[in-house]
Design a protein around this ligand. Structure first.
Ligand code: UD1
Length: 422
């Protein structure tokens, strides 16, 4: 197992190229199950979650090649419909194959994803919506077994809660259903928008893209021809590197970003005193004279993303005063707090609200990554902490950040990837 050894404090300088968005690539790769021929997708981040999904599709019988951030997939060779436990347990987003497989083959079995480090994360809303579309669903031996012998039919779905992968699953199922599906309270995340746009550009008529009401005209099992396309830039990766610049109070430019998707994040950085230069496809952050404390409440898009909460919590340790960060999406998404406290952070946790008192000098320590974004928060803290930090269990980091240490080293960080001795 690998760990990262990071020496701090450092200043960063230069530019970083942002990769394609993992969370856009996952549903879009799953959507190739709806395609009749080869699909070519570029700007794909070569991270573990993407490789896991491709492995899952490979297990089902699909043929693929991932090279130079480009993936070619042919799903016409799929013969199996079961997403097995050994894959689903490593990546909850495997649930994204449920909608398209069920819609195409009339049955699908997916190992039930359990809870995870950031909370329970049920999939009840995915299942309820597919039932409304005519699926029979049972849970047997730890598997969701879904059948729709005569195919899925359009339905009026009202999500009780906004769900990102739930919306993606239903959009993909609805694409091959008979008749129209309306999703009310749909997710508006840019990653869901890209899924809808790609399907819409390739013959699935979708209205309301980017709004909370989507209308999908089903193709009654007629498969889709998907033309080549590229994945949108990763707004969470970009947000993380903006925080890397902010926590070290450095100047840094990020290339290949969509600044429109970063609005809630850059607004908070500006509130904290950092300069933001927005050039639409690149962005430059400049140091703050004084780093001011911040108040953050995580929300669905276009609100402040829960996937940026941990990084801002680390950043808040360097603000002059008390910052208040409230997590509204996931009940247990504060595992990074105790690790940051080991580095000297002053954080009081009360339910889903963290109060961070700053400015605190951080010191290097051995810390453990607990989930993907929590891991990146520890890397940020280590950049500003005095001395050596060793960040263990970085397989979490590898799930979602493409070449993180190479990108940070290029702009001045002192990071080495080493092997654990035991
Ligand atoms: C996606 C993102 C993840 C991000 C999250 C919220 C992917 C692959 N992952 O996760 O990075 O943190 O959105 O922006 O895109 N819920 C239910 N029942 C359900 C589904 C969800 O109660 O059937 C709840 C969840 O527990 C959570 C909330 O709804 O409290 C939002 O979750 P959801 O949007 O579904 O998150 P994911 O799609 O799993």
């Amino acid at each position: 197992m690998d760990y990262l050894k990071i020496e701090g404090p450092v200043y960063l300088e230069g530019s970083i190229d942002i990769s394609g968005a993992k969370n856009a690539a996952l549903p879009l790769i799953a959507s190739t199950i709806l395609a009749k021929d080869d699909v070519c997708i570029s700007n794909v981040p070569e991270v573990v979650d993407i490789k896991t999904l491709l492995k899952l599709l490979g297990n089902l019988g699909a043929e693929f090649e991932l090279k130079n951030n480009q993936v070619n997939i042919n799903t016409s060779t799929i013969t199996k419909t079961t997403a097995t436990y050994d894959i689903v347990r490593t990546m909850r987003a495997s649930i994204l194959v449920l909608g398209p497989i069920l819609a195409r083959f009339g049955h699908c079995e997916v190992s039930l994803p359990g809870g995870c480090a950031i909370g329970q994360r049920p999939i009840d809303l995915h299942l309820k919506a597919l039932e409304q579309m005519g699926a029979n669903i049972s849970i047997e031996s730890g598997y969701v077994k879904a059948t729709a012998k005569d195919g899925l039919k359009g339905a009026d779905i009202i999500f009780d809660k906004i769900t990102v992968t739930g919306t993606a699953n239903v959009v993909m199922a609805a694409a091959l259903a008979k008749g129209k599906t309306t999703i009310t309270n749909a997710a508006r995340e840019p990653e869901v928008v890209q899924l809808c746009e790609v399907l819409n550009q390739n013959g699935v008529n979708i209205k309301g893209i980017g709004t909370s009401v989507l209308e999908i005209e089903g193709r009654n099992k007629e498969l889709v021809e998907i033309k080549p396309f590229g994945i949108i830039p990763d707004r969470i990766e970009a947000g993380t590197y903006l925080c890397a610049a902010a926590i070290t109070n450095s100047t840094l430019t990020l290339n290949n970003v969509c600044t429109k998707h970063l609005g809630s994040v850059t607004a908070k950085l500006e509130e904290m005193g950092f300069g933001i230069e927005d050039n639409q496809e690149s962005i430059t952050i400049k140091p703050a004279k004084v780093i001011k404390p911040v108040r953050i409440v995580t929300q669905e898009y276009p609100g402040f993303p829960t996937d940026m909460q941990a990084q801002f919590l680390a950043l808040a340790t360097q603000a002059e005063g008390a910052s208040v960060i409230e997590e509204r999406l996931f009940e247990n998404r504060f595992m990074h707090v105790s690790e940051l406290q080991r580095m000297g952070a002053d954080i009081a946790l009360n339910g889903n609200v963290a109060t961070v008192s700053g400015k605190t000098p951080l010191s290097g320590a051995d810390v453990m990554a607990t989930d993907l974004r929590a891991s990146s928060a520890l890397v940020l803290a280590a950049l500003v902490a005095r001395g050596t930090s060793n960040i263990h269990r970085i397989y979490h980091l590898d799930r979602g950040y493409d070449s993180l240490e190479e990108k940070l080293v290029k702009v001045g960080a002192k990071i080495q990837r080493l092997k654990e001795s035991i």
